[in-house]
Design a protein around this ligand. Structure first.
Ligand code: HEC
Length: 192
């Protein structure tokens, strides 16, 4: 009988020892997700609300002016607001602005997401990539989920708009999307 207590204690403490690093990892991952979620939402809300305003005020031509002149600047503004070591951006395999071209690891993630989508998988809301010991990338997949997206990313019927887009983006790839297509992702790079 006497031996039971110490054995139980040993069993308990060793399982605690094993659990501690795992718990730390889980807490770290939760934190990465929290930062990724809030940073990506901040960018999407900032861009989305301004886009809506411009669309209402002057239709797709004014909204295009806004996108081409402000989207990148606003993204930089959001980055200035974020803590040191955290950066947010948008990427797409079929990018309009070459500045939104994915890096090699990001392209691999987009390819994987596209492959899942082709297999009728409902995409996760978020993905975390461990880049190295100190860097994570949080991805929020972006789907063409509103008809308004198609005005500028679908089969563009408005010839003035079409001309204006190709003038500003001579190597535009971000057309001919359909409702429900994977458009790209928001990427939040988080350095410890
Ligand atoms: C009024 C036209 C317009 C509408 C409507 C529009 N976009 Fe765009 N979109 C643009 C332009 C212009 C750019 C390039 C912005 C830049 O220069 O940074 C862009 C860029 C993007 C990018 C960054 C990757 C890239 O191709 O450069 C994503 C992602 C995107 N749009 C998704 C969407 C989604 C999703 C919707 C619908 C909610 C939408 N867009 C609606 C014009 C539009």
């Amino acid at each position: 009988m006497n031996i039971v207590k110490p054995l139980v204690l040993i069993a308990l403490s060793s399982s605690l020892l094993l659990a501690a690093p795992q718990a730390k990892k889980n807490a770290e991952l939760q934190n990465i997700k929290k930062i990724g979620k809030s940073s990506s939402m901040l960018l999407l809300k900032t861009l989305g609300s301004k886009m809506k305003k411009n669309m209402k005020a002057g239709g797709p031509m004014q909204a295009l002016d806004f996108c081409s002149q402000e989207a990148y600047v606003l993204t930089e503004d959001v980055n200035k607001k974020l803590p040191n070591g955290i950066r947010v951006k948008r990427i797409s395999s079929k990018y309009r602005n070459p500045a939104n071209k994915p890096e090699a690891d990001e392209q691999a993630i987009l390819n994987a997401l596209q492959e899942l989508k082709n297999s009728n998988v409902i995409l996760p809301k978020q993905i975390v990539e461990k880049v190295n010991a100190t860097t994570y990338k949080y991805y929020k997949p972006l789907i063409i989920n509103k008809a308004v997206c198609l005005k500028c990313h679908g089969n563009i019927t408005n010839t003035d708009l079409k001309r204006a887009i190709s003038k500003r983006y001579p190597i535009d790839k971000a057309m001919h999307y359909k409702m429900g297509d994977l458009r790209g992702a928001v990427v939040v790079t988080i350095k410890k």
